[in-house]
Design a protein around this ligand. Structure first.
Ligand SMILES: [Zn+2]
Length: 146
């Protein structure tokens, strides 16, 4: 059983691939949030050997958890309320990514107009292919490349 410690309200992200915790920290913009975060690196896991865990104490609706589906849909998202796990969130590939990945096409309007949001939409769910909304430049999720 997962030890949620002193967490009253927030989320515990479990089964993060070892070494990925810091990139998730950045994707969730936790460095800009005034909340209590505990990162556990290289925790023992029967299933994975090693894993990372992130515990975040904050109102749940302040977190954009959809981006996690893009990073790794195998992450377990435990929703904590009153120091207990009240729900687990299923992760799916988001249909749309705003300012998560950036278009690499030098001719794309987002390379010229700095204020534009970088918007990608899911073009092919099976192969996890995203395309830039403006120029259709392809972006493939990194874990599919391996
Ligand atoms: Zn583009």
């Amino acid at each position: 059983m997962l030890n949620v410690g002193q967490l009253n309200e927030g989320v515990v992200l479990d089964h993060i691939e070892a070494g990925k915790a810091m990139s998730i920290y950045k994707y969730l913009k936790l460095d800009h949030m005034d909340c209590c975060v505990a990162i556990i690196k290289n925790a023992h896991s029967n299933k994975m050997g090693k894993k990372d865990i992130i515990k975040i104490e904050c109102p749940i609706d302040e977190l954009d958890l959809n981006v996690l589906g893009f990073i790794d849909h195998r992450i377990t998202v435990n929703i904590i309320q009153d120091a207990r796990i009240v729900a687990k969130k299923e992760l799916t590939l988001p249909k749309k990514l705003v300012n998560i990945i950036h278009c690499k096409n030098p001719r794309c309007i987002t390379s010229i107009e700095q204020e534009l949001d970088h918007i990608f939409f899911l073009a092919d769910a099976e192969n996890e292919v995203y395309r830039c909304q403006y120029c259709e430049e392809k972006y493939r999720s990194s874990r599919k490349k391996q």
